[in-house]
Design a protein around this ligand. Structure first.
Ligand code: SF4
Length: 287
């Protein structure tokens, strides 16, 4: 556990976390929406600091990143928690269905130890992934700073729900991003995911402005976010930023609170064809 960055004290012992657009006002003994940032005696703490649930070596293509050092292996780090509550969440066991007591059962791995593992085995890449890394900002940031000193490239796989100030602090130490863009419909973000599309767009635009490597993932779900005109708007938005942004169209499977058929392959192909009219690099995944 470690004191959090990006919060302000409020009256009555409450604290306001200003890390993500939820901007949770948290009373003593409670956590914010993400479940991993807790108010202890009027200070905000990150429960996830140095508590990874997984440190795993993956192919970089699995993040997915297809245009960033293809063929490399990447040490992937995740904890518990998420600042969205997507009803179709594809990894709800670590994002939604955990208790804060579960952190007690995890072994401590400090940022220095993560980088020592990379150095010992010659790993040149580290990813913050599996759950939403914004919610373990301090752990991610400290690892990324040491990685940069040790010439290890870093990758963030995120829903993009992070406020501008922390994003600007983080981005200096990150080399590549994969950002989920779940729909181009603000109501979808609000009602199905409990999120704010404008923040995800702001994050994407910051990455483009700062000239960091960016790939985007769109999880296609039949009858949920398969409105073709909205998808055309999404593709036009990305191509307006840069036609070379890589787009991954990913197949969805029924998980968490939603029952639906796995995305039909014919629908994936149709969306792939549409996206290729606007973007130079479109891939399908999870099929
Ligand atoms: S990071 Fe967590 S506690 Fe902070 S504003 Fe977002 S959901 Fe709330």
């Amino acid at each position: 556990m470690r004191e959090a960055s990006f919060y302000i004290a409020e009256e009555g012992g409450k604290v306001k976390c200003i890390l993500c657009p939820k901007n949770c006002s948290i009373s003593e003994g409670n956590t914010g929406v993400c479940g991993v940032r807790e108010n202890f005696s009027g200070k905000l703490y990150s429960l996830a600091y140095s508590k990874p649930i997984a440190l795993h070596l993956d192919p970089i293509e699995k993040k997915p990143l297809y245009h960033f050092f293809p063929g490399s292996k990447i040490l992937s780090i995740g904890t518990y928690g998420c600042n969205l509550n997507c009803r179709f969440c594809q990894n709800s066991d670590i994002s939604q269905e955990f208790r804060k007591e579960d952190f007690d059962n995890l072994e401590e791995v400090t940022p220095e130890q993560v980088v020592q593992i990379c150095s010992k085995y010659g790993y040149k890449f580290a990813a913050f992934t599996y759950n939403e890394p914004s919610v373990f900002f301090e752990y991610m940031f400290d690892i990324a700073v040491i990685c940069k000193k040790n010439d290890i490239k870093t990758v963030v796989v995120s829903n993009g729900q992070i406020n501008k100030e922390p994003m600007l602090k983080l981005i200096e130490y990150i080399d590549a991003f994969n950002i989920d863009l779940k729909s181009f419909n603000p109501d979808f973000y609000r009602k199905i995911c409990g999120g704010d599309i404008l923040t995800t767009k702001q994050t994407i635009e910051t990455i483009v402005e700062k000239k960091k490597h960016l790939e985007v993932t769109f999880l296609l779900i039949e009858n949920l976010n398969d409105n073709e005109s909205e998808f055309v708007e999404l593709c036009k938005y990305l191509s307006g930023l840069d036609k070379n942004i890589v787009l991954h169209i990913s197949r969805a499977f029924p998980r968490y609170k939603m029952e639906f058929e796995p995305t039909p392959l014919i629908l994936i192909s149709k969306f792939e064809d549409t996206a290729k009219k606007y973007l130079n690099y479109v891939y399908t995944g999870n099929i």
